[in-house]
Design a protein around this ligand. Structure first.
Ligand code: CO
Length: 155
């Protein structure tokens, strides 16, 4: 488990650097991020959220919507289409949810932990999660894009 940085922490606003070499330290970070995400009940986590300015994210939207753990190293969105407007939250913004417009479908290109480049096309909530986590790598939080923000207990 690593500590999750909360909004107001400057590190969440910085741009992450690419991973040059997938070494033991990076693999440990991926493992820790996975465990931290599961322990916190999140569906995604980006490295800056645990204080590391590297372009890495983990996502698991569950069996029904996805296909288990997705690890993204140096991810980029290479295609997107459509539009969806839904509520989303963030482990770094624990008390709020916001309504954000995102693409309906995105294709992400990234490396896996073996260093292999792959592409994956996802839609709906999965696409939302990919866009949200990639924003973190550029210092962007959902509150920057939200059309409406609500306290969680007002739901
Ligand atoms: Co987030």
């Amino acid at each position: 488990m690593r500590n999750i940085r909360i909004i107001g922490d400057d590190i969440l606003r910085k741009k992450s650097r690419p991973v040059e070499e997938i070494n033991a330290r990076i693999l440990t970070l991926l493992d820790d991020m996975r465990e931290t995400m599961y322990e916190s009940g999140g569906v995604g986590l980006a490295a800056p959220q645990v204080g590391i300015l590297r372009r890495i994210a983990v996502i698991d939207v569950g069996e029904e919507l996805g296909d288990g753990l997705l690890e993204l190293i140096n991810p980029e969105i290479i295609a997107s289409s459509g539009e969806q407007t839904e509520a989303e939250g963030c482990l770094s913004v624990p008390e709020y949810i916001g309504t954000v417009t995102r693409p309906e479908t995105v294709t992400v290109r990234a490396q896996n932990r073996e260093g292999e480049v792959f592409e994956k096309t996802v839609s709906g909530f999965f696409a939302r999660a990919v866009c949200h986590e990639l924003d973190h790598l550029d210092g962007v939080l959902f509150v920057d894009k939200a059309e409406e923000i609500q306290k969680r207990d007002e739901e």
